[in-house]
Design a protein around this ligand. Structure first.
Ligand code: ASP
Ligand code: MG
Length: 401
């Protein structure tokens, strides 16, 4: 007998048939003798529909009221699932975030979980109830409803699994696991049986879009065994854990983020403190910077280029221009429509020649590399966005064929 947390995303609960399917999965686990906690997202496009509804009535609603509104989506799912399970003859109880003891900070729309008081969930499990918890929500120190940011139900599930010391946290979704590349781009991409937290974190941040990256961070911190699995096919999914048991592949995946903008700041004074001034300014405005490259200084000047998410490009350039005097640079340029292709793998650290193989694949299809960055388990290159799919295919073929 084990304690299992199962999370079901919006597509898995989008209509009555899908909810029955979820109830089936949940009650099977329960009948095997396990304690089962279920975390649900809002049905289908509910959250987006709520956002549109709000905009009709107020273009700038307060963050507090938006969270009250958006948290309602998960509340619909949890009660519908509980009723369905009751109708099958099993005992189920649904709880909102606050009822389940999920305490967050004050940051409406992107709150962080501070603490979970799991007593109520525990006592329900002790009475052999199936406990269904609304994902994506909690309660602030002032007892206001908060939400955890888009995709936040994954984080609810992992946090509950950590607080309850669950044996496994299963994230049910509409894909059947984590692949070596986006299967829509690379036809022969293969599903991975296992992957490490660090690799998954890189892939999540790089836009593999399978898991909310905060949920992976939390799973790593509290050592929660995770599984990404399809609610439709019911095939075994991908296990995410500290160390994988199979012989490590050199790389595990090719990821691609197609929304990258490069900003080049030219003719900055080559003296101590300039990089701090520049990036300190961006940090204060919450602009996160990804790859950074500094040129060799010439005379008393140097250039610094860096990438940001596409939707932050304009804002970043405006901010820097407004501070041109204090930063003392000569010129600034922006290029959007770029992509970041990355290969990720824990086996990279102990294998020479991985970078060469990557550059070979790109060179053989005449793709120009604009920026490069490396870490122990990742190599990223910035390329033109319109060449991204071609590049992903070529790189995947080089490493996996
Ligand atoms: N319903 C929320 C969203 O659409 C949270 C989630 O699905 O995880 O972002
Ligand atoms: Mg999701």
């Amino acid at each position: 007998m084990a304690l299992i947390v199962q999370k079901f995303g919006g597509t898995s609960v989008k209509d009555a048939d899908r909810i029955r399917n979820v109830a089936d999965i949940v009650t099977k686990k329960y009948q095997e003798g396990n304690d089962v906690v279920v975390v649900v997202s809002a049905q289908g496009d509910t959250t987006d529909d709520f956002i549109a509804k709000a905009a009709e009535l107020n273009p700038h609603p307060s963050a507090r009221e938006m969270d009250v509104l958006l948290s309602a989506g998960e509340q619909i799912s949890m009660s519908l699932l509980a009723m369905t399970i009751e109708n099958m003859g099993f005992p189920a109880v649904s709880l909102t975030g606050w009822q389940a003891g999920i305490k967050t900070d004050l940051n409406y729309s992107s709150a962080r979980i501070r603490k979970i008081d799991p007593e109520r969930v525990r006592s329900l499990l002790d009475r052999r109830k199936i406990v269904i918890v609304a994902g994506f929500q909690g309660i602030s120190p002032h007892n206001s409803i908060t939400t955890l940011g888009r995709g936040g139900s994954d984080t609810t599930a992992v946090a509950l699994a950590a607080a309850l010391h669950a044996d496994l946290c299963q994230i049910y979704t509409d894909v059947d696991g984590v692949y070596t590349a986006d299967p829509r781009v690379v036809k022969n991409a293969v599903k991975l049986d296992e992957i490490t937290y660090d690799e998954m974190l890189e892939l999540a941040t790089l836009g593999a879009q399978v898991l909310h990256n905060r949920s992976v961070e939390m799973a790593k911190r509290y050592n929660v065994d995770l599984e990404v699995i399809s609610s439709l096919t019911r095939n075994p999914g991908t296990k995410v854990k500290e160390a994988v048991s199979v012989e490590k592949m050199i790389i595990n995946g090719v990821a691609c983020d197609k929304h990258v903008t490069r900003i080049a700041v030219m003719g900055i004074k080559d003296e101590p403190g300039m990089a701090f001034k520049l990036f300190g300014l961006l940090a204060k405005e919450n602009i996160s910077v990804d790859i950074i490259i500094q040129s060799i200084g010439r005379g008393d000047q140097k250039d610094i280029s860096f990438t940001v998410a596409e939707d932050l490009g304009e804002k970043t350039v405006e901010l820097l221009k407004a501070n041109q005097k204090t930063l003392g640079f000569q010129d600034i340029s922006m290029q959007s429509g770029l992509a970041k292709l990355s290969i990720v793998g824990a086996g990279m650290a102990s294998n020479a020649g991985v970078a060469a193989k990557l550059f070979d694949a790109l060179a053989s299809c005449m793709i120009n590399v604009r920026m490069i960055s490396t870490s122990e388990i990742k190599i990223s290159v910035i390329i033109n966005g319109d060449e991204a799919d071609r590049a992903v295919k070529a790189v995947h073929a080089k490493f996996f064929d």
